[in-house]
Design a protein around this ligand. Structure first.
Ligand code: HEM
Length: 317
């Protein structure tokens, strides 16, 4: 055994300056870095989410969000994640991956198994449960042929990560009524608000890396083979980078947050998620403004967090 294999360390980086330096350092490699399949997914996703596609999808997204919001019952408790975000994001995944509607519930069930296991990951290696469900989902998607080019990661992100983020974003708005009211009064603030919601409540809590060679980040010596955890959620609340970081302030300039990572691995779905968050929140904002939170269920994974159920009731004033 070489001394290196014995003396590997694990570090958790949580300051904004260190997390961003580590994200931008290609000697710190991620899970599927060397695999052709990973690069293919990334490239396919970037093509699929071209500006032209996004413009087409934006219209569909907005129309379907408005239709779903209009159909929500007015005078009873409603779970806006289960009854709005999830059905809507499944529809979205359907048209993005061109999956027939009849297949969607089965694929979404598999995606939820991948998601739950991935949410609790604490290291680069995917947990076994996620690997099995992920292989099954990949096989199901590929049996549908070229119609589903962007694969497992996109499907899981759209049907699982996105609704869980929407739940967290809406809960943050309901906990900060003044911010909600201001946004409702001036919808032109939506793009800026979406960035702040990502900074404040983004679902990716941590990403993982391994050092391909010795690397220095700030004062930290990282040796070849060391494994590191980059806490994106902590970096997004670093007071040295964001003033009053624990305050949701929809007027702040939150650009520079790392909710989608940075550098080589920057999220290929970011523009889609930004557009989707804006469309769903705009469609639901009048409804939210007249509701109180009755109950919320939090997902607190090591790698992913969010709100998986958000029951709201008509406001008593
Ligand atoms: C709320 C939803 C989403 C969040 C918060 C999110 C977040 C992230 C983050 C933090 C990374 C960087 C990972 C790292 O540095 O190790 C990433 C990478 C990635 N994301 Fe997303 N993502 C979301 C949705 C999506 C969607 C819808 C797609 C659809 C294609 C997608 C595709 C990818 C791909 C392919 C990568 C890897 C890029 C690479 O390694 O080059 N993501 N995402």
């Amino acid at each position: 055994l070489s001394s290196k294999s014995i003396l590997t360390h694990r570090f958790v980086l949580s300051r904004y300056a260190e997390v961003t330096a580590a994200l931008s350092n290609d000697r710190l490699t991620g899970g599927g870095d060397d695999s052709g399949a990973h690069v293919a997914v990334r490239d396919a996703a970037r093509r699929a989410f071209s500006q032209q596609h996004l413009a087409e999808w934006r219209e569909k997204m907005e129309a379907s969000a408005l239709a779903l919001a209009a159909a929500l019952p007015d005078d009873e408790p409603v779970d806006v994640v289960l009854q709005f975000a999830i059905p809507w994001t499944i529809t979205l995944a359907g048209f993005v991956t061109a999956t027939p509607a009849s297949e969607l519930p089965r694929l979404a069930r598999l995606a939820s198994q991948v998601f739950i296991a991935a949410a609790h990951a604490t290291d680069l290696e995917m947990p076994d449960a996620a690997r099995v469900a992920s292989a099954e989902l990949a096989a199901a998607l590929s049996s549908m042929g070229a119609a589903a080019p962007i694969g497992v990661q996109a499907f899981v992100a759209l049907t699982q990560t996105l609704p869980c983020f929407l739940g967290a974003a809406w809960r943050s708005l309901l906990d900060n009524r003044g911010e909600l009211a201001n946004l409702r009064a001036d919808p032109s603030q939506m793009p800026r608000a979406v960035e702040e919601l990502l900074r404040f409540a983004g679902p990716s809590r941590a990403v993982f890396r391994q050092a391909a060679s010795d690397v220095r980040i700030g004062d930290l010596e990282i040796h070849e083979g060391d494994r590191i955890v980059l806490s994106l959620s902590a970096a997004n609340r670093d007071p040295e980078r964001f003033e009053n970081p624990d305050r949701l302030d929809l007027t702040r300039d939150a650009a520079g947050h790392v909710a989608f990572g940075r550098g080589t691995h920057f999220c290929a779905g970011a523009s889609m998620i930004r557009a989707a968050t804006a469309a769903a929140t705009a469609a639901l904002i009048d409804y939210l403004a007249t509701r109180d939170v009755e109950r919320a269920t939090q997902l607190d994974g090591f790698a992913i967090r969010g709100v998986t159920s958000l029951v709201v009731t008509p406001r008593r004033d």
